[in-house]
Design a protein around this ligand. Structure first.
Ligand code: NAP
Length: 264
């Protein structure tokens, strides 16, 4: 299947490592011009070079802190200035698991507020800025990366992901008339550069092998293993394609069948 992505332009936030980098690589492989953002310039530039060398495509590093409104507008403008258009926005930058962890009785107001404002506000701001260009073009794809914590109680990160879902449906209704779709992808436990360290620490804590620790931490999915970042990237890449036009305002889980609840 030709995804009809060649010649399109994408902006992937948090594109220096993990799911963002894997997505940027998939998009670049499909012939998309890609801008990636993150705060750490060195890692960001290394990722852009690596992807570009692998695919032969243009990958532009745009150092940005997405929590700073002016930087978000500048990031979108820099992308449009460099590539002449913007077709695809992947909102992905975030802190996996969130800042506020532990029982709600012990969570500080500051950490909870940071979790809610970080992803929700940054996704809103970048969607708003990107949509102006997409409207003019009569085409756009917004993919907001949430997380399966949104389908379970127990964390502020879950509430944050649910807020992103509401925002995304809202965007889909407002922007559909301009040829723009908006969807959420919820990763579950996903293998990124951080995973080996997390597994090793857990193995040491429990006095078990790393293989056993990984199974206990991530094996309770229908596919009985952790999902790789690139496998989340495939889903995002399909949603970025013009062929995905019939899917908008939806929430797609890319967690390998995590959880037992039914969503109808
Ligand atoms: N991995 C999982 O198991 C999992 C599960 C559920 C949901 N998710 C969600 O999937 C997304 C990606 O997760 P991941 O595991 O791939 O994350 P990751 O490996 O920790 O990478 C996060 C990326 O975001 C960037 N970033 C963080 N804060 C930023 C800021 N303020 N401004 C700009 N860039 C920023 C980071 O670079 P800098 O630090 O240099 O800025 C990095 O490029 C997140 O939204 C996360 O909540 C992940």
């Amino acid at each position: 299947m030709d995804l009809q992505l060649a010649g399109k332009v994408a902006l992937v936030t948090g594109g220096s490592v993990g799911i963002g980098k894997a997505t940027a690589l998939q998009l670049s492989q499909e012939g998309v011009g890609v801008a990636i953002c993150a705060r750490t310039r060195e890692t960001l530039e290394a990722a852009a070079n690596e992807i570009s060398q692998q695919t032969g495509g243009r990958v532009l590093p745009v150092p940005t802190d997405t929590t700073v409104p002016e930087q978000v507008n500048a990031m979108v403008q820099t992308t449009v200035d460099a590539f002449g258009r913007l077709d695809i926005l992947v909102n992905n930058a975030g802190r996996p698991g969130g800042q506020a962890t532990g029982p709600l009785s012990e969570v500080s107001d500051e950490d909870a507020m940071e979790d809610i404002t970080f992803k929700f506000m940054t996704y809103l701001r970048s969607s708003r800025a990107a949509a102006e260009h997409m409207k003019r073009q009569g085409f756009g794809r917004i993919i907001n990366v949430g997380g399966l914590a949104g389908r379970n109680v127990g964390t502020i990160a879950g509430a944050r992901n649910l807020a992103i879902t509401h925002l995304t449906k809202n965007l889909s209704v407002e922007l559909g008339q301009y040829g723009i779709t908006a969807n959420v992808v919820h990763p579950g436990g996903t293998r990124t550069e951080r995973t080996a360290g997390l597994v090793a620490a857990e193995a040491q804590k429990r006095g078990i092998s790393e293989a056993e620790a990984e199974k206990q931490m991530y094996g309770d999915t229908a596919i009985r293993r952790i999902v790789d970042a690139e496998e989340v990237g495939y889903v995002i890449t399909f949603l970025a394609s013009p062929l995905s036009v019939s899917v908008t305002g939806e929430v797609i889980a890319a967690g390998g069948g995590s959880g037992r609840a039914l969503y109808i």
